[in-house]
Design a protein around this ligand. Structure first.
Ligand SMILES: [Zn+2]
Length: 146
């Protein structure tokens, strides 16, 4: 069963896919409430930095250090170097990942910096990425800098 926060992240991923974009979604949760939602905006906004996690954090707006320190970041896919770096920068203590089969960010390093990182291995998240990579490999390689 998919928890409601990962469900919300998957909804963001599907929204991106429906817009012709890359199907990765993210939500930021504080005290059991979603305070930001986002999805990859590479195609939609022609952005090189708005990965799902970055778009989510941007939509959550300016938060205090105290807020970030009790936040949980959900992402349908294992966060890349950029997004993991942002987690470390703001001291977000916990990251919940939908899947890391199709791509794996620097999870070992993130954990070594004291972040709790949980991988749910969600079948729907895997399917979304597998279908997308098979259909648009160039776009996917662009997103991960290859
Ligand atoms: Zn990223």
């Amino acid at each position: 069963m998919t928890d409601p926060f990962m469900r919300a992240a998957i909804e963001q991923a599907k929204k991106s896919l429906a817009e012709g974009g890359i199907p990765i979604g993210s939500v930021l949760v504080i005290d059991g409430e979603i305070v930001g939602r986002g999805h990859n905006q590479r195609v939609q906004k022609g952005s090189c930095v708005l990965h799902a996690e970055m778009d989510c954090l941007e939509n959550a707006g300016r938060l205090t250090a105290k807020d970030y320190k009790r936040a949980v970041l959900y992402s349908t896919l294992s966060p890349c170097d950029m997004c993991s770096g942002t987690v470390l920068l703001y001291g977000i203590p916990k990251v919940v990942v939908g899947e890391n089969r199709t791509f794996q960010g620097p999870e070992g390093y993130v954990k070594s910096r004291g972040v709790e990182l949980i991988v749910q291995d969600n079948a729907e998240c895997v399917q979304l990425m597998q279908d997308f990579i098979a259909t648009k490999p160039e776009l996917w390689n662009e997103d991960i800098g290859e």
